[in-house]
Design a protein around this ligand. Structure first.
Ligand code: ADP
Ligand code: MG
Length: 454
């Protein structure tokens, strides 16, 4: 199983949209996919049509070790399982502060799933806290969605450094796979400037031992597309809501990227303002087989069906785990024209044992048939959870995140948001109601806007 953390400590950059729709595209290609909602706002959960408060078990229960991972998964679509979130998750970081090994709880919880699934995408909260650390510790790859607007690169260095530290201290397998440019407007010059800067930086890192040495800007990008913003309020993926829109085409390309298939870039110079499309009315999606999402609130219209295009894009053979798949597509999948607060609290120092024990597991496991294996701590940090041990092993100092200085600060002009008031140091995540979010607005303002830390 390839586990990919979709991470950017900024909110509103496209993490959730990317997680849902990339996973849905992979699932429609026949791959077995898990999505994990590690954001207490539960946008991913809602986006898949699941009511967060009605879930019997979810990410909170797994993180607090009161439910088994496999038994907390919900099959929400064919091939697409969800470990959902609800607002309880907001308390997890605090509750776990005294838990030994708290940074690898998720990793250990998932370890029995590796043979049974092909992909796991983790939608991270817009922070670099303990939940995101768990995502990084459990993943082999990081995908960084980034909205290439002014200030897009502010904090980018810190994000990369954080990933690098996790790679060096906790998870040797972790690397940054790439940067996905979301809400990209090809007509504007600024996004292209941002792209060129990232490209230059990543190119300079080639051959280094950093976790991003092999990272690239994904060859496909996600155009701004109103359908992508509308789909969540119907609890639908983009392939259910409007399989012919630009957003659907773009996320199919992201899935192809992960499968090692050439993207189809036709039409990426189109803008959604040139071609708008109405969502297609189609049959309701196939009901979930084993575990119905509870009380899915789908508005009556527009209705979406299982994506006929995606259904054709089925991988001919069941993929083998941990492999980079290069499946043959059975038919042309795109016949339709294109329309359209740092530092983190992971000092890894000794804390007293947690009161969390193996609580009552919730009995609704959809998948696993493997016999449970003993929990084990394989990471160096996992078996060195106390300060004494760390003092004895000077090569493992506590993680301390410091501002990472990337070379050559650059000035962008014009300054489109210079009239915005300065915000507190810690940028707020947009309002919880996903349909109220304003995707066009930057989610950070600043005192010295001309300095990009990159
Ligand atoms: P994050 O998870 O990083 O906070 P989201 O994926 O929730 O970001 O996206 C933020 C907002 O932007 C949401 O309302 C989403 O529907 C919208 N959005 C995401 N991608 C696009 C896009 N390509 N075009 C238009 N709107 C988008
Ligand atoms: Mg989100």
């Amino acid at each position: 199983m390839r586990t990919i953390a979709v991470l950017n400590q900024k909110g509103g950059v496209g993490k959730t949209t990317t997680t849902v729709n990339t996973a849905a595209a992979l699932a429609a290609m026949g791959l077995k996919v898990i999505v994990i909602d590690l954001d207490p706002q539960a946008h991913l959960t809602i986006h898949l049509g699941v009511e967060p408060q009605t879930m019997p078990a979810g990410a909170y229960d797994v993180m607090t070790q009161s439910a088994e991972f496999e038994q907390s998964l919900m099959l929400t679509r064919p091939n697409l399982w969800l470990l959902g979130a609800n607002i309880n998750l907001v308390g997890a970081e605090t509750e776990l502060v005294s838990v030994v090994g708290r940074e690898i709880i998720l990793r250990e919880a998932m370890h029995r799933c590796h043979e049974q699934f092909d992909f796991c995408l983790i939608d991270c909260a817009p922070s670099l806290g303990l939940l995101s650390l768990n995502a990084l510790a459990a993943s082999q790859e990081v995908l960084i969605p980034l909205q290439p607007h002014f200030l897009a690169l502010q904090g980018f260095g810190k994000l990369l450094q954080t990933i690098d530290l996790v790679n060096k201290r906790i998870n040797r397998d972790l690397k940054v796979t790439g940067v996905l440019l979301c809400m990209f407007d090809t007509r504007a010059s600024l996004p292209n400037e941002v792209r060129a800067d990232i490209d230059r930086f990543l190119t300079n890192a080639r051959g280094s031992n950093s976790a991003w040495a092999d990272a690239q800007i994904l060859p496909t990008f996600i155009r701004r597309n109103i359908k992508l913003a509308e789909a969540p309020s119907y609890g639908q993926t983009i392939f259910e809501y409007d399989p012919t829109c630009n957003g659907a085409a773009d996320y199919r390309n992201v899935a192809r990227f992960f499968l090692g298939i050439e993207p189809r870039l036709d039409g990426q110079d189109e803008t959604e303002s040139e071609v708008e499309s109405e969502p297609e009315t189609a049959a309701a999606p196939d009901p979930v087989v084993e575990h119905e999402p509870q009380e899915i609130h789908h508005d009556p219209e527009p209705t979406g069906g299982a994506d006929p295009v995606m259904e054709n894009e089925t991988v001919s053979e069941a993929p083998s785990p941990d492999a980079h798949h290069e499946p043959e597509l059975l038919s042309n999948p795109d016949p339709a024209p294109q329309r359209d607060t740092v530092p983190a609290p992971w000092d890894l120092q000794h804390r007293p044992e947690s009161e969390f024990g193996a609580g009552s597991a919730i009995e609704r496991g959809p998948v696993p048939e493997q016999a449970p294996s003993e929990s084990h701590h394989e990471l160096e940090s996992a078996d060195e959870h106390n300060a004494e041990a760390r003092q004895e092993t000077p090569e493992h100092p506590p993680i301390q995140i410091q501002e990472f200085q990337l070379p050559a600060p650059q000035t962008y002009s014009p300054r489109p948001f210079q009239d915005e008031p300065a915000s507190p140091a810690s940028p707020p995540e947009p309002a919880p109601a996903h349909h109220d979010e304003a995707p066009n607005e930057p989610h950070q303002s600043h005192d010295e806007p001309e300095q990009i830390g990159f």
